[in-house]
Design a protein around this ligand. Structure first.
Ligand SMILES: C[C@H](O)[C@H](O)[C@H]1CNc2nc(N)[nH]c(=O)c2N1
Ligand SMILES: N[C@@H](Cc1ccccc1)C(=O)O
Ligand SMILES: [Fe+2]
Length: 290
C-alpha cells in the first residue's frame, strides 16, 4: 500500500541501514499462519473472473512447499528465476528514498507482520498479506516487473525534481488500485484491491465509484484517499501500454506542467475524461453521513 506516510528517517534498532530485517519465518504462530490461510482461501475463491490474467498466472509463484505465511527466502528463490525480483522483510512503512532504492534494484519490501483476526476486512498499514498476496504475483509478470523497476528509478528521479506527489498518485492509481480492460471484461490488477475482500467486489460491481480511462497527466493530477474504498478507478488497456507511456515518456516536462495546474479533487469528472462509469458516489456519501 502506498500513502503519504510520515516515517522517521532512522531505521528501527532491529533493522539494517536499508531498513530490512530478518523475516523470522519460524517465529510466526499457528494463529498467524491460520490468518494467512483464511485470507488466501477467501480471495482465491473470489478472484477468478475478477483479477487480471497476469495476476492469476502470477499467483502460482506463491504456492510454496509450506502452508501459511510464505517464507520470503523460498519465495525469492522462485521469483528471482522468473523476473529477477526478490522479497525483503521490513518492519513497516519505510522512507520514500529507501523504498525507491529497493524497487530500482528489484527488491520488493514486504511487511513481515500479519493483521489480527479482527482486522480481516480492512487495515491501512501494508501487512504481509497485502504486500505478498497483493503485490508479489504481479512481480512474476515480466512486463509488470519491468514497470516496477522503472517506477523505482523514476521515484529516485522524482525526489530530485520535487515531484513525489505526482509519482505517488501514479503508483496509487496503477500498482495499488488499477483496473485493466481484458477483452470485454474489466479486471483488477491493483494490489490494494486484490488483497481486500470487500473492495474486490466494490471496484468492479458497485455503481458508486467513477471508472475513467487511464491518462497519465489526469492520474498525476488526481487526489486520492487512503482510508476507505476508492471513489475513482483508472482503467488501462494493457500492461504494455502502461509501460509505454511511463517508461518512454520523460516526466520532467510533465511535472513542470502539472505544477502550474490545479489538482483534481477525488470523485470529480473533468473535461476530456473518457468516462466508463460515471459513479453515483452513494457509498462515499453514505459514509460521510456516518
Ligand atoms: C514511495 C511512496 O511515497 C509510498 O508511499 C511508499 C512509502 N513507503 C513504503 N513503505 C513500505 N514498506 N511499503 C510501501 O508501499 C511504501 N510506499
Ligand atoms: N518516465 C519517468 C520514469 C518512470 C518510469 C516508469 C514508471 C514511473 C516513472 C521519468 O521520466 O521520470
Ligand atoms: Fe501496496
Amino acid at each position: 500500500m502506498a500513502d503519504e506516510s510520515h516515517v522517521t528517517e532512522t531505521p528501527p534498532a532491529e533493522a539494517a541501514a536499508d531498513w530490512t530485517i530478518a523475516q523470522n519465518w519460524q517465529h510466526y504462530t499457528a494463529e498467524e499462519h491460520a490468518t494467512w490461510d483464511t485470507l488466501f482461501a477467501r480471495q482465491s475463491q473470489l478472484l477468478p473472473g475478477r483479477a487480471s490474467d497476469a495476476y492469476l498466472r502470477g499467483l502460482d509463484v506463491l504456492k510454496l512447499s509450506k502452508p501459511g505465511i510464505p517464507d520470503f527466502a523460498e519465495l525469492s528463490e522462485r521469483l528471482m528465476k522468473l523476473t529477477g525480483w526478490q522479497v525483503v522483510a521490513v518492519p513497516g512503512l519505510v522512507p520514500d528514498d529507501v523504498f525507491f532504492d529497493h524497487m530500482a534494484n528489484r527488491r520488493f519490501v514486504a511487511g513481515n507482520f500479519i493483521r489480527r483476526p479482527d482486522q480481516l476486512d480492512y487495515l491501512q498499514e501494508p501487512d504481509v498479506f497485502h504486500d505478498v498476496f497483493g503485490h508479489v504475483p504481479m512481480l512474476a509478470d515480466p512486463v509488470f516487473a519491468d514497470y516496477l523497476e522503472a517506477y523505482g528509478r523514476g521515484g529516485q528521479r522524482a525526489l530530485g525534481l520535487d515531484a513525489l506527489k505526482y509519482l505517488g498518485r501514479l503508483y496509487w492509481y496503477t500498482v495499488e488500485f488499477g483496473l485493466i480492460q481484458e477483452g470485454d471484461d474489466l479486471r483488477i490488477y491493483g494490489s490494494g484491491i486484490v488483497s481486500s475482500f470487500a473492495e474486490s467486489r466494490f471496484a468492479l460491481d458497485d455503481p458508486s465509484p467513477n471508472r475513467i480511462a487511464f491518462d497519465i497527466a489526469r492520474v498525476m493530477r488526481t487526489e486520492y484517499r487512503i482510508d476507505d474504498f476508492q471513489q475513482n478507478y483508472f482503467v488501462i488497456p494493457s500492461f504494455e501500454e502502461l509501460l509505454r507511456v511511463t517508461v518512454e515518456t520523460d516526466f520532467a516536462p510533465l511535472y513542470e506542467e502539472l505544477k502550474a495546474q490545479e489538482d483534481i479533487p477525488v470523485a470529480a469528472i473533468v473535461a476530456g475524461d473518457r468516462v466508463l462509469t460515471q459513479g453515483t458516489q452513494h457509498y462515499a456519501r453514505s459514509k460521510a453521513r456516518g
